[in-house]
Design a protein around this ligand. Structure first.
Ligand SMILES: C[S@@+](CC[C@H](N)C(=O)[O-])C[C@H]1O[C@@H](n2cnc3c(N)ncnc32)[C@H](O)[C@@H]1O
Length: 389
């Protein structure tokens, strides 16, 4: 059994985990963490999970004081004859406590271990939980002597203690996001983590070989993530410039990774293109309309929405005539946040079955939760997870 600490938009992480491990295997512990009934968990494959750990204890207690005593007792015994120095981070989630109380647990443990001549370095933290960057930089969870305890109080007043198996490699994400030779702020910059989530939502984490189509590939972020996850990638885009950008970015990826990836990229209008290769799954960020820095007038919103709805509907019809029943499709489509904070969704979301697609039903999240956006943004990305009927 593992636990996953969820990212900035927890619903996307839950959806990703449900698709890969099955809805019944994923159980919310509180709004930022879930348990996963699985044998193995490779954090680097999940865009929506900043940290994960293997469960070592489930306690029917809920006060930090009691939890702290258990941690000290268990690890003082566990590490009493440890050979070498141990680095420890302690992260408490969903406890209403001060960071100092969490640190105190580490300090007591350190003092106890001193008696056995075991040296412990406690990772300092001004917050009750370490952020994933600190966990990553300290390499916590990656070896026997670098440990992070993830201590989660659940909504039903149980406590789960897990030993971290690593945090997301934020250095690697930043590198592949920012060092790509071609970027384009106007077509939008899909974060690699979101692209990874979308690939998982489309493939359900299936073992390669599998060919993933992105029919709106732009600068190629989804293609890049699909290739890094071991899949074959097939990208098309209306714009010759974007095709050039994708090709250049993927060539760069092959060079820096010293890997001969299997990909093909071609110019084509997704509303009528005849794709030439077999398509096993579809993942892509469709046309999102023009960017807005403030909510548009109702007339402008209507115009942009109609245009996007038309392009994406025609694309879905064209795609549907070319893929096999059962083919999974994950697309990001636009949704607009108004002054009142409410989102306007594309009309096609409510009528998707008419075009031959069935929306996936998640156990712990609803379609309305599957929005990727940042505070203050007008255009959000709504994630649709569909199956060709
Ligand atoms: C939001 S961007 C996708 C960006 C992409 N995820 C990336 O990694 O850069 C949408 C893309 O759709 C393309 N596009 C717009 N209309 C299209 C159409 N009818 N068929 C194919 N591509 C289209 C645009 O050229 C643009 O590259």
């Amino acid at each position: 059994m593992y636990i996953a600490i969820l990212g900035r938009q927890p619903a996307l992480g839950i959806a990703e985990l449900e698709r890969v491990f099955g809805g019944k295997s994923v159980k919310p512990l509180y709004n930022q963490a879930v348990s996963i009934d699985c044998e193995e968990f490779d954090i680097q494959r999940f865009g929506g999970v900043p940290k994960a750990g293997k469960v070592i204890a489930e306690l029917q207690i809920s006060s930090w004081h009691q939890v702290s005593q258990k941690i000290v007792q268990y690890y003082a015994n566990e590490w009493s004859s440890f050979d070498g120095k141990i680095t420890v981070g302690i992260s408490a989630y969903n406890f209403n406590i001060d960071a100092r109380e969490v640190q105190k647990t580490g300090i007591i443990l350190k003092q106890k271990l001193k008696k056995y001549n075991t040296s412990l370095r406690l990772v300092p933290n001004p917050e009750p939980s370490l952020n994933s960057a600190t966990s990553h930089h300290n390499k916590l969870g990656l070896s026997k002597n670098k440990v992070e305890l993830l201590v989660v109080k659940t909504d039903n007043n149980k406590v789960i203690i897990a030993e971290s198996t690593g945090a997301q490699n934020i250095t690697a994400y930043a590198k592949r996001d920012q060092e790509r030779p071609k970027r384009d702020a106007f077509v939008g910059m899909l974060p690699p983590k979101l692209a990874q989530i979308m690939v998982n939502l489309a493939t359900c984490g299936a073992q390669p070989p599998m060919r993933i189509l992105d029919p709106f590939c732009g600068t190629g972020v989804v293609l890049q993530e699909a290739l890094l996850m071991g899949y074959c990638a097939y990208g098309t885009d209306l714009s010759a410039k974007m095709i050039e950008y994708s090709l250049e970015n993927l060539k760069w990826l092959s060079e820096v990774r010293r890997d001969k990836f299997d990909y093909k990229v071609k110019e084509g209008d997704a509303t009528k293109y005849q794709w030439q290769l077999q398509i096993d799954a579809v993942a892509g960020e469709t046309y999102l309309g023009q960017p807005f820095s403030a909510p548009p007038s109702p007339a402008k919103l209507e115009e942009v929405m109609k245009n996007c709805n038309h392009i994406i509907t025609e694309f879905l019809k064209n795609l549907g005539s070319q893929i096999q029943p059962g083919t999974p499709v994950c697309i990001a489509i636009p949704s607009w946040c108004g002054k009142d904070g409410k989102f306007t969704h594309l009309p096609l979301v409510a009528t998707i079955a008419r075009f031959g697609y069935k929306p996936h039903e998640f156990m712990n999240v609803s379609q309305n939760d599957l929005l990727y956006y940042r505070e203050g943004q007008v255009v959000a990305r709504e994630i649709l997870v569909l199956t060709r009927i």
